[in-house]
Design a protein around this ligand. Structure first.
Ligand SMILES: [Zn+2]
Length: 105
């Protein structure tokens, strides 16, 4: 079982937000240089920041979710776990990865 470092996850999320903020600022500057209207610039900045927030949220959810799949070929059993205790993680991992516990005889 791998435990993810919450600080590393937060660091990457902040990095994604910083990159989207820098991109939004650069786009705004370029558009304003070319005389694009303020409403359009505001829309582009909002969209860019929204994409950055969405990416950070997706990353956060992905990093805080653990997926266990059955190793038996053809078995479609998988368990996606989030926010569980270490004991629950071990129990669910054993249930998902031991085909005899969930598969046919
Ligand atoms: Zn299985």
């Amino acid at each position: 079982m791998t435990r993810r470092n919450p600080r590393k996850v937060l660091f990457v999320e902040v990095g994604l937000l910083a990159v989207s903020g820098a991109l939004a600022a650069a786009l705004a500057a370029r558009l304003l240089e070319r005389g694009v209207g303020t409403a359009v610039v505001a829309a582009v900045v909002c969209c860019t920041l929204t994409v950055g927030l969405s990416l950070a949220a997706q990353f956060d959810q992905g990093m805080r979710t653990t997926l266990y799949t059955c190793p038996v070929s053809g078995c479609a059993v998988s368990v996606r776990v989030r926010g569980a205790s270490p004991e629950a993680l071990c129990r669910l991992r054993a249930l998902a990865t031991d085909h005899s516990r969930h598969g046919a005889t």
